[in-house]
Design a protein around this ligand. Structure first.
Ligand code: SF4
Length: 401
């Protein structure tokens, strides 16, 4: 196949994005809680077709400024490490053709333990990946089996050691809490096991019951026993306290890092920065314009084979939408929002988004303004999703500015 999108080639002027995202929607199998855009990979021919489609899409994006560079590249999924180093190398070469990586650029690849061995890890290092995000999710074999994960605890620990041996000095671990049947003590043991490995970064998420997942369906039918809300809250607080005691700074609702190891790629998202996404379902954001590719991997590949644009959705954000996203993302950061810088950038203070709701949240002790910053309180962090939803412009009956 030699497919280059004929329709609507993407041309970028200023501002030029410094972050690239590549979505690999394939995994060994489908986890029972998963609501992500991912499907079981099947045979290698599917991965080959997908790699060709990605390369075609990236080559069809034509930056105007050829001397631009990329600060962060993030391969997410799905399970990007299911691709061979050869396939990943072809995609990276296409990205470098679009914009060379800056010296010191952060190149992250999401990996799952069942896909890692010394040869794969050496290949990832040779390609220039310098940050590895490892989907461990739990150190309890019974819970891993319940979740439908294809690895066990021993494999997770082994893959971490192999990654260190291969030279990865920046490794993040992903863990999930509030799993069905999980106890607070069990979660504390998971945290201890994770910290004992010594990762640079921790992403700690409460389980969400996605409607399109097997767990979500079982939950809707009342066939799964959820962890009580107060226990889930205690688990989150235990995560914050345990991570802090071990030297991990809590910098975003669900993310913790040793000094100097925050995820630069995600910081760009939370700062409402520009980025280009490639692959099935990948989103892009550039100067207030946002678009996304078709979600279905087969449809995405077919479009590439026919030389068509993969874009499935596009919009220009209104001022109200941009303000809302800036507040929403800014409050996810534990340091909160610098009020003067925010007002200078967006032309209005955060509270202008929804003044009445803001006042109520302040009175309720969920949002705190002090020392020139606005942030969620400890209780606000516990209820973050609900608090942030209440700031939507419609929630107090006002229309978008
Ligand atoms: S490995 Fe991740 S993306 Fe793949 S099915 Fe499991 S949860 Fe979903």
């Amino acid at each position: 196949m030699n497919a280059v999108a004929k329709n609507d080639p993407v041309c970028y002027t200023s501002p030029v994005p410094h972050s690239f995202y590549v979505h690999i929607p394939y995994c060994r199998s489908k986890c029972r809680y998963c609501g992500f855009n991912s499907v079981p990979a099947g045979d290698n021919s599917i991965l080959e077709s997908y790699t060709r489609a990605l390369v075609a899409e990236i080559r069809s994006a034509r930056p105007v400024k050829l001397d631009t560079f990329s600060d962060t590249v993030y391969f997410g999924g799905g399970t990007p490490s299911i691709l061979s180093p050869q396939q990943l190398g072809e995609i990276l070469a296409a990205l470098r053709g679009l914009a060379p990586a800056a010296a010191g650029a952060e190149l992250t690849v999401e990996c799952n333990p069942e896909t890692l061995d010394p040869a794969q890890l050496a290949g990832l290092r040779r390609l220039g990946f310098n940050r590895l995000s490892l989907g461990v999710q739990s150190f309890d074999d019974a819970l891993l089996a319940l979740m439908g994960r294809p690895h066990d605890t021993a494999r997770a620990a082994e893959s971490f050691s192999l990654a260190r041996a291969a030279g990865f000095a920046n490794i993040g671990l992903d863990l999930i809490f509030a799993l069905p049947g999980q106890t607070l003590d069990g979660w504390r043991r998971d945290l201890d096991r994770a910290i004992a490995l010594g990762p640079e970064h921790l992403s700690l998420y409460a389980l969400t019951y996605e409607p399109n997942s097997e767990f979500g369906i079982l939950n809707a039918e009342g066939k799964i026993e959820r962890v009580p809300e107060d226990v889930e809250a205690d688990m989150y607080l235990a995560a914050i306290e345990t991570a802090a005691a071990a030297g991990y700074g809590h910098y975003e609702v669900s993310n913790f890092a040793r000094p100097g190891y925050r995820s630069r790629h995600n910081l760009n998202y939370w700062d409402c920065g520009d980025y280009l996404g490639f692959g099935a379902g990948a989103h892009s954001h550039l100067g207030g314009r946002r678009w996304a590719n078709v979600t279905d991997p087969m449809e995405y590949v077919k479009k590439a084979e026919h030389g068509e644009s993969a874009r499935g959705f596009e919009e220009t954000l209104t001022r109200g939408q941009r303000l809302f996203e800036a507040v929403l993302l800014g409050l996810r950061m534990t340091e909160g929002i610098d009020l003067a810088a925010f007002t200078a950038r967006w032309g209005a203070p955060p509270r202008s988004l929804s003044p009445e709701q803001w006042r109520r949240l302040e009175r309720g002790g969920l949002i705190v303004e002090e020392s020139g910053r606005a942030r969620l309180s400890r209780r606000g962090l516990l209820l973050a999703d609900g608090v942030l939803a209440r700031l939507a412009p419609e929630s107090d009956g006002r229309s978008s500015p």
